[in-house]
Design a protein around this ligand. Structure first.
Ligand SMILES: [Zn+2]
Length: 108
């Protein structure tokens, strides 16, 4: 996708009772970047460069395609969701509402 503000986004697809499915959307420009270019851009998003600043952040990570690293990252989110490794925040809230007294824990 063009003009995404971030690099990639993994989102679940309603797959009914079948196996869980996901969409992974990538910023199109990523396909033309090496891991060094992408990581340098990403690290620089943490800073606001002033007009007279002489600092620069540059990551040297070789010339492999950035998509390899980003796809691995996003695929890990899929594994996490399928294997329920990280509890989902809404499940915690649901659990609190169902199993604990709202008065006792201040949950409405
Ligand atoms: Zn992520």
């Amino acid at each position: 996708m063009d003009n995404m503000p971030n690099t990639a986004l993994t989102s679940p697809v309603d797959s009914g009772d079948g196996p869980k499915r996901f969409n992974i959307t990538f910023r199109a420009g990523l396909l033309n970047e090496t891991i060094s270019e992408w990581a340098s851009w990403k690290e620089n998003t943490c800073f606001t460069r002033t007009t007279d600043s002489s600092y620069a952040v540059r990551v040297e990570g070789g010339n492999l395609d950035a998509i390899l690293y980003v796809l691995l990252h996003e695929a890990t989110h899929v594994v996490d969701a399928v294997m329920n490794v990280t509890p989902h925040a809404s499940e915690n809230t649901h659990s609190l509402n169902r199993h604990r007294s709202p008065k006792m824990f201040g949950v409405r």
